[in-house]
Design a protein around this ligand. Sequence first.
Ligand SMILES: *Cc1c(COP(=O)(O)O)cnc(C)c1O
Length: 396
Amino acid sequence: MRHLAPNYQPLDVVLTAGEGAWVSDTAGRHYLDCLAGYSALNFGHRHPALVAAAQRQLERLTLTSRAFTHDLLEPFAHAVTDLTGTEMLLPMNTGAEAVETAIKAARKWGYEVKGVPAGRASIVVASGAFHGRTTTIVSMSDDPQARDGFGPYTPGFRIVPYGDADAAARAIDETTVAVIVEPVQGESGVIVPPDTYLPRLRRLCDDAGSLLVLDEIQSGLGRAGSTLAQDLTGVRADLTTLGKALGGGIVPVSAVVGRGDVLDVLTPGTHGSTFGGNPLACAVGLAVVDLLRPGTLQARARELGRMLRDRTDAMVADGLLARARTVGLWAGLDVESSLGLTGRQTCELLADAGVLAKDTHGRTIRLAPPLIIDEDDLDLAMTRLREVLLSARDRA
Ligand SMILES: *Cc1c(COP(=O)(O)O)cnc(C)c1O
């Protein structure tokens, strides 16, 4: 890999093809994909409806820039806002751009509507969060790996412990334009906050006249067993960021959805993206919404999620895992320390056993299989994981 910058350390597999929940490599080996592109592949590899939508669009129109509009832009905005019960959508490409868009909208809203003195806007964020990799977003992070060496940092962020509404309350003041958190922290290892956390943040934001911004780039679009993870709590964000699965595993598509009176501050010329909302992205995004509209995939994530929870809870009971956190079809698993395996080593052994997963930090691995995975395949993944952990215990 002499020509490739070393900013990733991938597992030792070279993939050449994928279909549904399965991928294969140059050696002709098959693997069950239990990472699913960090949830960008919620519908599996090359879902027929998504590939067909992309192919149809490739024959017609792929890019206009926002200097001109096109026939799918408003239908896409309508479909996503309808699906998510929101008023307005601003399209971007990557998740980080959606988060940047939410930050810019919140700040401008803060100055123009809330009346925060110029240059004083503050945003409350959570420790352990992951919102992307831009210089401003790493300024919101307390992860040394993500942050160190990239200063000077963008000011205006206050980092408080995740899941602790009292700490958020202490950090909010009259300059606070927004609180930005993930409803479930993905990169941190599927950290589910207390049930009262989001409702309390909602009330704090209402009392302070601040915006609640929920980053659902990983938790949204079916993963948590609901269209949005916030649906599980009854809380409605003022702005929600979407990405990953919105592009159907085909093209990068992201968006901010939420209150029209907030997104209205981004008037012509104040924000944009050459590729944001392009015809190909909208065609795929519309097909993604079609897949989610009936609610069957969300129900499936809940149903298979119960199996994921039962099987991983059993591994906790058997002393193979120290902890298992699950929500929907999504699990953060801490390998029992006496097994002597790091998360990375666990993922390497799993790959040898034909299952692809990704470590997050230390002894934690994350499982996020495609929502279209069938029960037998999920059963296979659980069996393989159990075998890997059992044989590590035998060696330890
Ligand atoms: C992946 C992710 C992002 C960043 O998305 P990119 O498309 O990689 O820029 C932001 N927030 C959350 C919660 C994510 O999981």
